[in-house]
Design a binder for this molecule. Structure first.
Ligand code: ATP
Length: 308
């Protein structure tokens, strides 16, 4: 089911937490929300989950529109809130049965649904443990299982991997990828590599607005106003090589990475490789490395949110 968000706006007192944003999330795709603290990600997700009312704007889930068919939409959505509130004194399986009843899942379906979620979220060995005894990663798994128990078409996960160790992140990422194959998944994260490896589309928010939107390669293309490359030059003094590279026309910024290895940011289309080659010839130096560097999502993030 596709989700279309149009001109969504929400203020708290005088502050616009979400400022007229529009975007689309498609079925079978994972959309990742990125943004600095206070950018408006959680507020957007809460509105989508029906927990907050927008001041203005519309969201449609397939044929249903928020505000008009709110009850219906709640059944379509599975939501994992940022702080993942769970009942610590309940055990995992009882908790999932309890949530199933809250969703009015027909009695005859409940057991198979709960067991399916336990399998999907890798909770088989822990299903009889008290939730309060679980590690953070396994609590997140329970949170995801409860969000999916009623088989929603749209799944909203607010920072599902925050505070987890790399192995736990890997486990949760695997579950999200599996869900994302057939559902519409929207997730937020502060971990840029997480968004890059998990999501099909990335949306960067800052101060309540969308400042970048697209696939990671589209974002790279749009932000590639500068050309970046790694250069290694040997046969001379590091300070001489550094100075000479810095003086080349079109070089905007130079950083020493290690001994005689540098990272150069240049204006695009200036054939910098040719100039570096001539420089080495003139000075009797030689090139040990000349590799273009792909713009990192981190650099794009910093660039588009630097005023945030
Ligand atoms: N209930 C509220 N009352 C007043 N202000 C709020 C409320 N909820 C959010 N805000 C404000 O709205 C802005 C956006 O907050 P939001 O939680 O949506 O950001 P976020 O991008 O999710 O941040 P984080 O990454 O830190 O979780 C913040 O300045 C926040 O203080």
């Amino acid at each position: 089911m596709d989700v279309i968000v149009e001109n969504l706006t929400k203020s708290f007192e005088n502050q616009k937490a979400v400022d007229s944003i529009s975007f689309q999330a498609k079925r079978g795709e994972i959309l990742g929300f990125l943004g600095p603290n206070g950018a408006g990600k959680t507020t957007t997700m809460k509105i989508m989950a029906g927990l907050l009312t927008p001041d203005f704007g519309n969201i449609t889930f397939g044929d249903y529109s928020i505000g008009k068919q709110t009850g219906k939409i709640k059944n379509i959505i599975g939501y994992l809130p940022e702080r993942n509130p769970l009942y610590n004194e309940m055990n995992v399986i009882d908790f999932l049965f309890f949530i199933s009843k809250l969703h009015n899942i027909p009695k005859y379906k409940i057991t198979s649904r709960v067991l399916d979620m336990i399998r999907l979220c890798g909770l088989d060995n822990d299903k009889h443990k008290q939730i309060g005894e679980l590690s953070k990663g396994f609590r997140q798994r329970v949170g995801i299982a409860q969000a999916l128990i009623h088989d929603p078409e749209v799944v909203i996960l607010d920072e599902p991997t925050t505070g987890l160790d790399p192995n736990q992140i890997f486990g949760i990422r695997k579950i999200i990828k599996e869900i994302g194959e057939e559902k519409t998944v929207i997730l937020s994260s502060h971990i840029l590599s997480e968004i890059e490896t998990t999501c099909d589309q990335v949306m960067i928010m800052s101060n309540g607005k969308i400042v970048a939107n697209g696939t990671t390669s589209e974002l790279r293309r749009k932000s590639d106003a500068e050309y970046c490359l790694k250069v290694g030059i040997k046969g001379g003094e590091t300070s001489d090589i550094h100075k000479a590279l810095d003086n080349l026309p079109g070089v905007l910024h130079i950083e020493i990475i290690h001994k005689q290895n540098f990272e150069l940011q240049c204006k695009p289309d200036i054939e910098i490789e040719k100039s570096i080659f001539s420089l080495c010839q003139d000075n009797n130096w030689y090139i040990s490395e000349l590799t273009p560097v792909q713009t990192r999502l981190e650099d794009i993030f910093r660039k588009v949110t630097q005023n945030g």
